[in-house]
Design a binder for this molecule. Structure first.
Ligand code: GTP
Ligand code: SPV
Ligand code: MN
Length: 591
């Protein structure tokens, strides 16, 4: 399919190492993909779902030990350890290549190696970058076909350039003890082995579009962020764009596709989705910040997705979608997960493959779908996909929003005083862990800019890059905010209704950007003034709202102590501006 010498030499080297029986180029044609689907169904790798109710939809079940990203087995292999920084796993590149070469040698014997040329971002856009993934998994090919732009047009775009990210994935025997997700930023290379799940193997996603891209962005003057991108259209027809960074399974897909409360719909407000997980941000010709979604699909969390909570996501999954680790309703070969509705199927196959009575099984406290079960759906299926989705220039960003799951500390919303303070707000983000990564769930951990698992270089330098971008943007910089949809009362109930009602907070944010809404100063930044958040038709107690917008100084001082400890690990590499903001916060709280 190509005569590109760099591509062919690399392919030759990888083929000699992995020793597949055959090598197949993925040209992106529907005919080839359909043949692969049939092959995967024949081998049992995928199950065909009800083609009348769910046309083009398939089901896949992963190994029980392989259901989430594995952060402790993810490495950033820069030449020196300090380049990777204290929060990434690191190994010397030569040593890692040698270790992995031993694992990859002969790993594809008896298997086919698929060669997937793919573009992150619309093919040919000034934002876009090309990758080639070699994999021995049809599931990976079919997911990449949804999540990225693949095939001949991409290899034509690459021409004879050597500028592409070299991605190698071997499923091998899915042994968790020999599972490695490894990045060599200086070589634009990603090697993944012994997994067949999501972010570990769809190498265009977290590995390339965040870890490698954040490294490239630092050196080329742009940013790769774990952010959704949404447009809000007002009754006058003007659309303003917001980017928001929340940690994994903390509500990006939901916010990106939100349906406004009825009274706002009646007024003519609309929400348009540009992206639900990753944003590439660049300064445009007019000096403003522009965002592109490098992906072409949604790899979304299934549990909790329902007609009520996220109608648009659910709609997106009704055709040409791959479901991973949800439950099957055997009666009509459709899918089910916790939170879809209140009727678990009687004749169900739960996510590990056991046939159970769904009602009894769930009543006994078991889950039919894995908490990190997902759907892979084409973005074009989304009823509210933005018409700017394919715009090669991206969309101008009005506001950047940070957020996480905090049962106590963080109020519903506050605004940073300026860009530098905003970077500090992002840098001090913390959130309760979720099922999106292997390990304990519900433990508060610091997750700067929701990038803790995804930054491809030293986090302290990453803070520095954010500060530099602010200097370049000057007074054209987006305003920065922090939100928390997950504050809990004494009984552990969420105090804020969330989902569609989050629109009320977004409108305050946009009004602040336009210099309209009222705010009051607080030790942590600007809080909405009383009555500044529109609560029309919302059944919320005035005291609850007051509590949601309150700042408990003693809890915040505890957090400051934790922030200090966290920042200490970066030593004198931590930008002075961050240390200054920390001092300012502490002084404000002690006033
Ligand atoms: P990744 O794909 O892992 O990056 O996750 P994400 O950030 O896109 O999270 P997603 O939107 O899939 O939401 C994860 C979980 O949070 C789902 O179970 C949602 O139902 C729940 N959730 C999302 N928004 C809200 C909200 O406003 N309030 C509450 N209480 N839960 C929410
Ligand atoms: C996340 O964990 O943030 C995801 C899912 O979006 S994965 O692609 O597995 O990283
Ligand atoms: Mn994500």
């Amino acid at each position: 399919m190509t005569e590109n010498k760099t591509v062919l030499a690399w392919l030759d080297e990888m083929t000699k190492m992995c020793q597949p029986d055959s090598v197949v180029w993925i040209d992106g044609s529907e005919q080839q993909l359909e043949a692969l689907r049939e092959e995967a169904v024949a081998s049992g790798e995928m199950i065909k779902l009800n083609q009348e109710k769910l046309p083009g939809c398939y089901y896949h079940r992963t190994a029980e030990n392989d259901v989430a990203r594995v952060e402790d087995r993810t490495f950033i292999c820069t030449p020196t350890e300090i380049e990777a920084g204290p929060i990434n796993n690191w190994m010397e590149p030569k040593e890692m290549y040698a270790k992995l070469t031993a694992l990859y040698t002969g790993a594809m014997k008896g298997r086919t190696m698929y060669v997937i040329p793919y573009s992150m971002g619309p093919v040919g856009s000034p934002f876009s970058k090309i990758g080639i993934e070699l994999t021995d998994s049809i599931y990976v090919v079919l997911n990449m076909a949804i999540m990225t732009r693949i095939g001949k047009s991409v290899i034509d775009q690459l021409g004879d350039s050597g500028e592409f990210v070299k991605c190698l994935h071997a499923k091998k025997d899915v042994n968790p003890d020999e599972r490695y997700i490894v990045h060599f930023p200086q070589d634009s290379t990603i090697w993944s082995i012994n997994s067949a799940y999501g972010g570990n193997v769809l190498l265009g996603k977290k590995c390339f579009a965040l870890r490698i891209a954040s490294y490239l962005g630092k050196h080329e003057g742009w940013m790769a962020e774990h952010m959704l991108i949404l447009g809000i259209e007002n009754p006058q027809g003007e659309v303003k764009y917001i980017c928001a960074a929340f940690p994994s399974a903390c509500g990006k897909t939901n916010l990106a596709m939100l349906i406004p409360p009825q009274y706002l719909k009646d007024k003519g407000y609309k929400v348009w989705t540009v992206g639900d997980d990753i944003a590439w941000l660049k300064i445009g010709p007019d000096g403003r910040l522009y965002a592109v979604n490098p992906e072409a699909g949604f790899f979304g969390v299934a549990p909790g997705t329902s007609e009520k909570t996220n109608f648009n996501a659910l709609e997106s999954t009704k055709k040409n979608t791959i479901f991973t680790n949800v439950a099957i309703n055997n009666e009509d070969m459709t899918v089910w997960w916790e939170g879809l509705d209140k009727n678990p199927p009687a004749d169900a196959t739960e996510w590990t493959g056991k046939k159970v009575n769904g009602a009894e099984y769930t009543a006994a406290g078991n889950k039919l779908a894995h908490p990190n079960s997902r759907f892979t759906a084409p973005a074009i299926n989304c009823p509210c996909i933005s018409k700017e989705f394919e715009n090669p220039q991206g969309v101008p960003v009005e506001a950047i929003v940070f957020g996480g799951r905090r049962a106590k500390t963080a109020p519903l919303v506050y605004q940073a005083r300026d860009w530098q303070h905003g970077v500090f707000v992002g840098a001090t983000m913390a959130s309760e862990t979720t099922a999106a990564a292997a390990g304990a769930v519900g433990v508060v951990r610091r997750d700067p800019m929701a990038m803790k698992p995804f930054v491809g270089y030293n986090m302290a330098d990453y803070f520095g890059h954010w500060l530099d971008m602010g200097k370049k943007l000057g007074d054209k910089a987006p305003k920065i905010f922090h939100v928390n949809w997950f504050r809990q009362d004494e009984e552990g109930n969420f105090m804020w209704p969330g989902f569609g009602d989050n629109m009320r907070v977004l409108l305050w944010i946009l009004d602040r950007c336009a210099g309209k809404a009222d705010a009051v100063e607080s030790p942590i930044g600007y809080l909405p003034a009383e009555n500044a958040i529109d609560t029309t038709d919302l059944d919320i107690d005035a005291n609850v709202l007051k509590e949601l917008l309150s700042v408990d100084k003693s809890i915040w001082l505890e957090d400051v102590a934790d922030q200090k400890k966290y920042f200490a690990q970066f030593g004198d590499r931590l930008p002075k501006e961050i240390a200054d903001e920390l001092n300012k916060l502490e002084t404000n709280l002690n006033k």
